[in-house]
Design a protein around this ligand. Structure first.
Ligand code: F6R
Ligand code: ZN
Length: 187
């Protein structure tokens, strides 16, 4: 049974906002401090906002679609670019589409069995995140990295694995350019 009634909203491609979000949150560095490689740089950074999310409130049902705007701000902690926490979907067999509308960066993805993939994000690039791939937005540019995200209504977020294990890859600045490096040996 579908509970939603038709609606629309307006995306601001410059700010990354929705005109009428039902929920807005900001993630500060303190909420993900241990995810960065350089603890000294984390301590020296204060507690900046790393990213913001503007969400519509949709029933968490398989037949529905969640949608939101994801805004990762520009910046680095040490040599590591600002990024989202990243997650698997709680319901593993659920995919997601990100449509980048502003900025430059990567969608960093990996599976539980050890595959990794980083796809470039630029305006008008749409990225398909398949089911069972954890995903993290990484902003390697000088302006906000903004995407419109759509995913199944019941997908949910599982942050646990990434919080304890991290991603296998990191995206850092080396010689003034983004580089994708190993975070830990594959087991
Ligand atoms: C939803 C999704 C995005 C992220 C957002 C913030 O499934 O992938 O809307 O939730 O980019 O990132 P996280 O959730 O990793 O903190
Ligand atoms: Zn997701």
């Amino acid at each position: 049974m579908f509970l939603s009634t038709p609606f629309s909203d307006v995306i601001d491609r410059v700010e990354g906002t929705l005109a009428s979000p039902d929920n807005v949150y900001e993630r500060h560095l303190s909420a993900m401090a241990e995810m960065y490689e350089d603890a000294e740089a984390v301590a020296a950074a204060g507690d900046p906002v790393i990213y913001k999310v503007y969400e519509k409130k949709i029933p968490e049902l398989a037949g529905e679609l969640q949608w939101c705007m994801s805004v990762t701000l520009p910046g680095k902690i040490g040599r590591e670019y600002y990024m989202t926490k990243g997650h698997f979907h709680e319901v593993r067999d659920t995919a997601e589409i990100y449509l980048c509308v502003r900025g430059t960066g990567y969608m960093l993805m990996e599976t539980e069995d050890g595959q990794s993939k980083a796809l470039e994000m630029n305006p008008d690039v749409a990225v398909y995140v398949p089911a069972r791939w954890a995903h993290r937005s990484v902003n390697t540019g000088g302006e906000p990295l903004i995407s419109f995200c759509v995913y199944p209504g019941d997908a949910g977020h599982d942050y646990g694995t990434i919080e304890t294990e991290g991603f296998r890859k990191r995206i850092v600045e080396i010689d003034g350019r983004p580089a994708i490096i190993d975070n830990r040996p594959s087991s």
